[in-house]
Design a protein around this ligand. Sequence first.
Ligand code: BEZ
Ligand code: FE
Length: 295
Amino acid sequence: MSIDLTEDTITAAAVAAFDNTKDPRARELFQALVRYIHDFAREVRLTDEEWFTAMDFLVRVGQMSSPTRQEFILLSDVLGLSVLVDLINHHRGQFATESTLLGPFFIENRPRVPNGADISGGVPGVPLFVTGRVLDQDGKPVAGAHVDTWHSDGDGFYDVQMPEKLHDRPAMRALLTTDAEGRFWYRSITPKYYPVPTDGPVGEIMRASERSPIRPEHIHFWLQAPGYDPLITMLFRGDDPYLTTDPVFGAKRALVVEFARHAPGVAPDGTAVDVPFQTVDWTFTLLRQRTVQAA
Ligand code: BEZ
Ligand code: FE
């Protein structure tokens, strides 16, 4: 029984308290967490006040969180943890599209639309025509893949950040399906670089550390097809001034794409457009899921 513990003996006691955890992986996680968090407190000589501040901070992160405001994910993002977990788990190699973080703005409530749809939800902006192709690592089309896409408007706001203006309707997001040649295409409006939400507790961290909250301009994609590893990724605008200072560490050179600018004319889907518009075209490569051989 642990009694009369000291700064030097409490860690072993707290680690041992998890010895009977049946699930070996859960035991490993609990015990490593205890070791690291104790070492952290000892290293920085954590004060009572700092500990209370941290507990209050986490409570406020929880209170801020909702299905449309993922403050805990945002906290993980600005600490670099989300991208680290992605890097640990998704060694995609040179033949598959790089992944990156999900971010807090994906929501389940998005319209399922046919290829060619206008997904802007009526939000005004510079027209954008996105064409994509989904292939496997041998260059064969992946038909029937689910393609989730979402992005901000031209002022850098996602639909979920302006529920009153949009009457809670989803905009600039959709779920599409690739055709027999692995193609998908849609119309929307061009996004813009934007600050990660700073009106919650995570914003306090950004201000205290004088970090730029601006994410470079991007479009999100989440590709899923039976038999393939899901791919969560983004495409970034090449000439974006914030590409190298992403506050959530998600930008990658391999995901930089040209947002081609066009004078009024005919869009890739044959639509006549009477204002300047932009196009993005990209080929995504999925990795086949590794099959685990039964012993
Ligand atoms: C996003 O790209 O939507 C995002 C990612 C991380 C934090 C905030 C926003
Ligand atoms: Fe985003």
